[in-house]
Design a binder for this molecule. Structure first.
Ligand code: APR
Length: 409
């Protein structure tokens, strides 16, 4: 057995001990962008990923990349795939029982657009590039413990595919292990403040083998609940259906899904949806979580490990890439130029942007979901929801503000 957390000490003979400069836990967008930027600057690092390569390269998640994300990837030689195959996207559409309107956000706010590129394709490109740069990445290796982060020699324990325990020493640990990761558990209780909110809303997240039904991202507001439509690739489209908390996704047959989508998206009024087999159905609960600060000693949290954002505004992967760039620059400043200041203010640099994204995402939740029922409160809140939508439809200033937050980060 290894010494317990925070105790330090020797490792038994049968286990291997190795060291690197930056230990990166997790090969999602956060860990892979960080690893690539460090490697390009000649900083020694190791990425440890619990899942297999095939699994992470096929895991379908987000797909809307903000302009800032594309800039970071381009500036660092990581954008060849998305520039070749990604599609520019600049219009969203709102539908309710009262009206339908489009916002072409390339002509609003800062004039920025999204690039649609499935996240698993980005992950595949980032892995290939990291390995090309000579990076070391261990798949099927789960980090079990992160220790001594308050000292200048933190270390981790991981278990590889053969079940062998291994210890790695490093100078820094980057916790990029997502919403269920272990890294943040290393932070002593009480050392950080945790902000949490369960929005009490769930979505049935669907991937359909069907081309997109309209050129825009569509948000449909309906008495039966929200429905959404988002392009992914030429042959796959993401749909969302608001559903009850705890709903069993298997209770939704393909027929029921398409009937409900057609109803909420008002296909009889605006035209039918392109239908196809449902490839994936899972329930996503709208929840937010922010840690403050997102660092402790030599541990730095990045992406979903630092802050979880509800998917209502597609910000998760974009925040992850933004934080990875800030952390990479700070680590490089420390290790190459002996300047500790950027690392010391990593949380301070990231948190205002995280909160701004959280605020916008929360605003979107309130725009897209009205409470069910006919009691006074529900009726009042639904009237506010309509007023919010009308303001977005009619006010150019509101549209500019929306566009700046929708594409920006
Ligand atoms: N040891 C090693 N790897 C781990 C461990 C562990 N104990 N726990 C989790 N991981 C891995 C996961 O398997 C996953 O590949 O960490 C990775 C975390 O990646 P993501 O969940 O993709 O998180 P992140 O990189 O922060 O990306 C941000 O934004 O669009 C949203 O949730 C979406 O993936 C997206 C995220």
């Amino acid at each position: 057995m290894f010494p317990s957390r925070h105790e330090g000490g020797d490792v038994p003979d049968h286990s291997s001990v190795d060291s690197t400069t930056v230990l990166i836990v997790g090969a999602g967008p956060a860990g892979l962008v960080l690893g690539n930027l460090l490697k390009a600057a000649g900083v020694d690092c190791l990425i440890l990923e619990r899942q297999s390569r095939a699994y992470v390269e096929r895991r379908a998640r987000a797909g809307f990349l903000a302009a800032n994300t594309v800039r970071i990837l381009e500036e660092n030689g990581l954008a060849a795939g998305l520039l070749r195959d990604g599609r520019q996207h600049d219009t969203c559409l709102f539908r309710s029982e009262h009206a339908e309107f489009e916002l072409k956000y390339s002509g609003l706010g800062r004039g920025e657009v999204h690039t649609v590129y499935p996240q698993q394709d980005l992950v595949r490109d980032l892995i290939a590039e990291f390995l090309d740069r000579g990076g070391e990445l261990r798949f099927e290796t789960a980090v079990a413990e992160v220790n001594d982060i308050g000292s200048d020699r933190p270390w981790i324990v991981c278990r590889n595919a053969d079940g062998e325990l291994q210890r790695w020493n490093g100078r820094y640990v980057a916790g990029c292990d997502g919403r269920h990761g272990v890294s943040r558990q290393a932070v002593p209780v009480g050392a950080v403040r945790q902000y949490r909110r369960d929005h009490g809303i769930s979505w049935l997240a669907l991937l359909a083998e069907a081309p997109q039904s309209m050129a825009a991202v569509a948000y449909a507001i309906h008495d039966e609940g929200f429905a959404g439509h988002m392009a992914r690739s030429a042959s796959v489209t993401r749909y969302y259906l608001q559903c009850a908390r705890g709903e069993d996704p298997q209770g939704w047959s393909d027929r029921r899904i398409w009937d409900e989508l057609q109803l909420r998206m008002q296909a009889d009024r605006y035209g039918p949806l392109h239908q196809g087999p449902i490839l994936e159905r899972r329930v996503v609960d709208m929840a937010s979580h922010v840690m403050d600060p997102i660092q402790y000693g030599r541990l730095f949290l990045v992406g979903d490990a630092a802050s979880l954002i509800s998917p209502s505004a597609a910000k998760g992967a974009n925040l992850a890439v933004m934080e990875a760039e800030i952390l990479a620059k700070a680590l490089i400043a420390d290790l190459r130029d002996d300047d500790e200041r950027p690392l010391a203010r990593y949380s301070e640099d990231c948190l205002p942007r995280i909160w701004r994204a959280q605020e916008f995402s929360h605003w979107m939740i309130n725009l897209l979901h009205g409470p069910a029922g006919n009691d006074d409160e529900a009726v009042f809140l639904r009237a506010l929801q309509r007023a919010r939508l009308e303001s977005l439809r009619n006010s150019r200033r509101h549209q500019d503000h929306f566009a700046e937050n929708y594409v920006g980060i």
